[in-house]
Design a protein. Structure first.
Length: 216
């Protein structure tokens, strides 16, 4: 490009001594996730965010929302504008997610055209009793566990014989991570006890990693 300035009433004029460049105003377009994708968070599950751009953009900020854009969380700040980013998905369950990519210098920005879903495969982990505990009969102890994914209620069982037979502690209780258990009356000390916690349809479950003891 060149610029020329001239007198409207005479021959005086001048032109730029050298050419210069006019860059188009930067733009960003999110390619993926952009329209209804379903991404499984899993364990360290990675998905690739992709985008295109025009103009000069050196670095970008990448954010996500799990509530349709009301609140934004940083994925990466000031990363090179390569057009893609490998994202380790967060531990969220939402069908109202968006991704936003923004130039760190100008106001150029774009976000997903429609919401997408991040979900976690349901899992259960027994945390207590998990092996080595000694609980007296007729005493009250807290069974604890953690879960991922959408699990509303759970069933809790125990075994006195290394898992060969299972007895219901409770057939359905809220998945709130703990349950107060009155240890059953046993006629002799049981050293190969286990607890297992499962979904009501028995498709997802976990068992104590090692035996605990119920004392007579």
């Amino acid at each position: 490009c060149l610029v020329r300035v001239s007198d409207t009433t005479g021959p005086a004029a001048d032109v730029s001594n050298a050419v210069f460049t006019i860059d188009p105003y930067p733009t960003i377009t999110v390619i993926s996730p952009n329209d209804g994708e379903i991404w499984d968070a899993g364990i360290t599950q990675t998905q690739t965010i992709t985008w295109t751009y025009t103009g000069t953009i050196a670095n970008v900020n990448i954010d996500y929302s799990a509530d349709g854009g009301a609140l934004w969380n940083s994925i990466a700040s000031s990363v090179p504008n390569t057009g893609s980013y490998n994202w380790v998905l967060p531990a969220v369950d939402s069908n109202n997610c968006l991704v936003r990519i923004s130039d760190t210098v100008t106001s150029a920005s774009d976000m997903s055209d429609a919401v997408f879903t991040i979900w976690q495969l349901p899992s259960i982990t027994v945390t207590a009793p998990d092996g080595g505990e000694s609980w007296g009969r007729r005493t009250v102890h807290t069974i604890t566990w953690t879960t991922t994914g959408n699990i509303q209620d759970v069933k809790i069982q125990y075994s006195q014989n290394a898992g060969n037979d299972w007895i219901n502690i409770v057939s359905s209780t809220a998945n709130d991570g703990s349950y107060q258990w009155t240890v059953p009356n046993v006629n002799r000390t049981k050293t190969q006890c286990l607890v297992r916690i499962m979904t009501l349809d028995d498709t997802v479950l976990d068992t104590s990693n090692n035996y605990f003891t119920i004392l007579k």
